[in-house]
Design a protein around this ligand. Structure first.
Ligand code: ADP
Ligand code: MG
Length: 306
């Protein structure tokens, strides 16, 4: 296969590992910075230009590693590559859904997947009601498009909750208000889903005095043994989002596993170093199957129309 990896930096651990895993399996890998791509979106033959010189053709597949700060442009590039006939490891649609925590929860809520009770509001008049919906304090307020725990606040009293919600609203930020899952005790599970299985899982534990289990916030990671229910929850959640590869974050609660968020471009460093699993290799093997199946279908269709 010839695979384009959409990534801003080939030196990033995840990007470098994917290149390595592709090359070990005799595939061609090329790292493409999505911000350096530009495209003629009106052409009947969709194309994309890179660094002024070259038209990206003859790729079979694309692995999107689009950072949160460039979601809008990165997704536009990914859609264009899909229009050109490349198979994307995660489709642009699935990717876009996962970037929006509210949309993700709405999709998941239609299934029987466990979720923390969550409310969403825009108007300041509704704050008291919102606090009631999620069962009162302590509660969590979080930015819809936050990452690395940055926009996640724990409010322990109604007063604190109301002022945090108000502050976010005055900044015009879109927020979710969520039941605080105390039993999780500052830990969460990162379940790395590839296709129909969880290929690796780790537990992240917040450091002393912190409730957020983000590695960027100093949390520590260890290998996690998942129950069957947890595995099924993670695989189902990724499927509902339309993602072949996903990092599904789960909280262990007294009413079973609750899905917190789903990452369409999950990092490889933490999970590989913690579990020792060759996750990059699993991703490439999954992509191989998808691309080969697509080629077979294409050939069949050609024969049928011949
Ligand atoms: P981010 O995208 O910034 O990582 P998350 O929703 O994953 O945002 O929240 C960051 C961390 O905060 C989680 O990993 C978890 O440890 C903690 N957390 C978030 N929501 C809750 C909740 N409702 N109850 C308990 N802990 C939570
Ligand atoms: Mg998170």
């Amino acid at each position: 296969m010839r695979v384009a990896i959409l990534s801003q930096n080939s030196k990033l651990y995840s990007t470098a590992r994917l290149v390595e895993a592709l090359e070990i399996r005799k595939h061609k890998a090329r790292v493409i910075n999505p911000l350096r791509c530009y495209m003629d979106v009106t052409s009947t033959k969709p194309e994309i230009h890179y660094r002024g010189e070259e038209v990206l053709r003859n790729f079979d597949a694309v692995i999107p590693r689009i950072g949160a700060s460039i979601t809008f442009y990165g997704l536009a590039v990914l859609r264009q590559l899909e229009l050109m006939g490349l198979h994307s490891l995660n489709s642009s649609d699935g990717f876009a859904r996962a970037r929006d925590k509210l949309h993700s929860l709405q999709l998941l809520s239609k299934s029987n997947i466990g979720l923390p009770t969550t409310a969403f509001a825009r108007a300041a008049d509704d704050i008291d009601d919102i606090i009631k919906i999620v069962g009162g304090p302590p509660l969590i307020v979080k930015l819809i498009e936050g990452t690395q725990g940055k926009g996640v606040v724990l409010a322990e009293t109604t007063k604190a909750a109301a002022s945090v919600i108000q502050a976010f609203q005055e900044l015009d930020a879109n927020i979710l208000v969520q039941e605080f899952i105390k039993e999780a005790a500052g830990a969460d599970l990162r379940c790395f889903v590839v296709g129909n299985q969880v290929v690796a899982a780790m537990q992240r534990k917040a450091r002393e005095g912190e409730f957020r289990a983000n590695l960027h916030r100093g949390a520590t990671a260890s290998i996690a043994e998942l129950t069957e229910e947890e595995q099924n929850t993670a695989v189902q959640a990724a499927k509902i989002m339309g993602l072949g590869v996903a990092g599904v974050d789960i909280l262990r609660s007294s009413r079973g596993p609750l899905v917190l968020e789903i990452n369409a471009s999950p990092g490889l460093e933490g999970i590989e170093k913690t579990t020792g699993v060759d996750v990059a290799g699993k991703i490439v093997e999954y992509l191989e199957k998808k691309v080969i199946r697509r080629e077979h279908k294409g050939q069949k269709n050609q024969k049928a129309s011949a």
